[in-house]
Design a protein. Structure first.
Length: 582
């Protein structure tokens, strides 16, 4: 057992893990430069990776290339050069102009930070998209708005990690869903509202852990059922009568009433230990069509991976997050990276054989580079021959071993995001006060930095920057919000010119035209909470990305589950669960 240098939790490194670290070790001129065992526990490693992942808040700032106003993931307070997408991809600048020699008298990360501040960064990652400017980390999008991490989607808004979805509003970790609202961790659902951990369901309202169900309301743990309300069969006639009486239109009061009854049913019903489907020797949650993936979350068609999340189509990789759509192949400790043979990478798209590099595309081999495209054999953005590259990189690795940097992920100080702007706040939510308190604990922990620089003292930043209030005709205060009609048909088109006040945070938010049309189409009331708060509410519906050892509540078999031992639900192993629900 090892002790995490951040949180002091004990964690295990298995022989299988050691074999992986040995296999992916960097090799130059026949000499292997071994990747050391991690110094932090799996949860701290995940939190550290996610701190580098943009969660969704967008800002207006000036393009440092053109002087024009642009939309970007980086707040105006971030001390980086930011170029609009068109300018960044153009040939008006050359990232090799920022190349510099490696200084063996300074730590590696200190020099990488300097390079990050010098090289221009792309405002948004949004490739082959149409009418989807306000999206990030997206590919092949059409008519989408405020989607972060979307691939092959159309007419979607306020979503995170959506793959092959259309007409989805307020969704998180959804695959192939259509015409749906408030969905979490589900696959193949159609015309469903308020659904979690469900597969191939249609025309359902507030369901969880259901498969192949149709016309169900307030149900939990059903399979191949039709016309059920609160887990009881009612038949078509009574079902339609309930819908007409309570869901035409849908009111906020009705939503809350159904939720309370649904939660009561869910609490008493047996829960499966993990949502793993058509997979072999896997642990984690929301794993589909995969083999030998351990501690995996939101993973599809992957094999021989461990400690990965939101990573479909991955193979032979550890500690990787958000690698859709093509996945990570033989990668380690990377985030927002679609690459092969990459160690310690951030936002690398279609790269290979890269080490400690940031925001590069279609490139490799690279070491310590930032913002390169279609380049190879570069170190700190300086071009070398293949022979020079393979001679210099081992010397830098030896230097990093001496400073304690080799084998460690990027220091938190290198992230351009505040904690509240990053995906870390999804899986490890903290308030501003809690972040400050945790940083104080690090100050007083007695843990020495890995080398003599403040960069490696692991502290989270917090962003207090607020974008200017949108210019609108009217601001609807909290008191005025209480008087807005629940019936969406009574909301005038003028709402598009209003700013609504969130009932919880007090922040202003606006309604987009496609969003209003969606509410009207399915008779939903206007939201009373800011999109960020609604997203946080959905994250609470998802179990933690952490595994606990428990025994089956029926047969006593040992198992791993995302339900902590202090949870009140009855958790069953897969076999016992199927015996109950089938």
């Amino acid at each position: 057992m090892k002790t995490c240098r951040h949180c002091s939790t004990e964690f295990e490194v298995t022989e299988e893990d050691r074999a992986f670290y040995d296999k992916i070790s960097a090799v130059f001129n026949g000499v292997k430069y071994a990747i050391p065992e991690p110094s932090t526990c799996p949860e701290c490693r995940l939190q550290q990776r996610l701190y580098f992942r943009h969660r969704g808040k967008l800002y207006t700032r000036t393009c440092d290339a053109t002087g024009k106003k642009i939309i970007t993931m980086y707040s105006p307070e971030v001390p980086w050069k930011v170029y609009d997408q068109t300018a960044w991809w153009s040939d008006r600048w050359n990232p090799l102009d920022y190349g510099r020699d490696f200084n063996f008298s300074k730590p590696f990360f200190e020099q990488l930070e300097s390079l990050c501040k010098a090289v221009p960064h792309i405002s948004l990652i949004n490739v082959n998209s149409e009418n989807s400017y306000y999206c990030n980390h997206c590919l092949n999008q059409k008519n989408c708005y405020l989607v972060v991490g979307g691939t092959n989607c159309e007419d979607c808004s306020y979503g995170h990690f959506l793959l092959s979805c259309n007409n989805v509003l307020e969704g998180d970790a959804l695959y192939s869903c259509q015409y749906s609202y408030e969905g979490v961790a589900s696959v193949g659902c159609y015309q469903c509202l308020y659904f979690t951990n469900s597969r191939n369901c249609s025309d359902c309202f507030m369901i969880s852990d259901c498969q192949n169900c149709q016309y169900c309301i307030g149900c939990f743990g059903l399979q191949q059922k039709k016309y059920y309300i609160f887990n009881a069969f009612v038949g078509e006639e009574k079902y339609k009568a309930f819908v007409k009486a309570h869901l035409t239109p849908i009111s906020t009061k009705t939503i809350q009433s159904i939720r309370e009854q649904f939660m009561s049913i869910a609490l008493c019903a047996p829960h499966r230990c993990a949502n793993i489907t058509a997979s072999e020797t896997c642990t984690g949650d929301l794993v589909v069509n995969s083999k030998n993936c351990k501690n995996a979350f939101a993973v599809n068609t992957s094999e021989n991976c461990k400690y990965i999340s939101n990573s479909p189509n991955s193979f032979g990789s550890y500690d990787c997050s958000y690698t859709a759509p093509i996945g990570a192949q033989h990668c380690y400790f990377s985030v927002s990276t679609l690459s092969q043979n990459t160690l310690f990478g951030y936002m690398l798209w279609h790269c290979h054989d890269c080490l400690y590099s940031i925001e590069c595309h279609n490139s490799g081999p690279l070491f310590g580079c930032v913002g390169l495209n279609q380049k190879k054999y570069c170190i700190f953005n300086k071009q070398y021959t293949k022979e020079q590259y393979e001679e210099l990189v081992p010397k830098i690795i030896e230097h990093m071993k001496q400073t304690g940097e080799w084998g460690e992920f990027f220091p938190l100080a290198l992230s351009p995001f505040g904690y509240n702007e990053s995906a870390a706040d999804d899986d490890f939510p903290m308030t501003r006060e809690e972040v400050i308190e945790q940083n104080k604990k690090m100050d007083n922990s007695g843990v020495e930095p890995l080398h003599a620089t403040a960069l490696q003292i692991q502290k989270f930043n917090w962003s207090d920057y607020e974008s200017p209030t949108p210019k609108v005709e009217k601001v609807i205060t909290k008191e005025m919000m209480k008087n807005l009609p629940d019936d969406i048909s009574k909301i005038p088109d003028d709402v598009l010119n209003w700013a609504l006040t969130c009932e919880e945070s007090g922040k202003l938010f606006i309604i987009q035209k496609p969003e209003l049309e969606f509410y009207r189409k399915i008779n939903l009331p206007l939201p009373h909470r800011h999109p960020d708060i609604r997203h946080a509410d959905r994250m609470k519906l998802r179990n933690p990305r952490k595994l606990w050892k428990r025994t089956c509540g029926n047969c006593g078999t040992a198992m791993e589950t995302t339900y902590s031992p202090d949870r009140p639900e009855k958790i069953l192993c897969e076999k016992c669960y199927l015996d109950v629900v089938l």
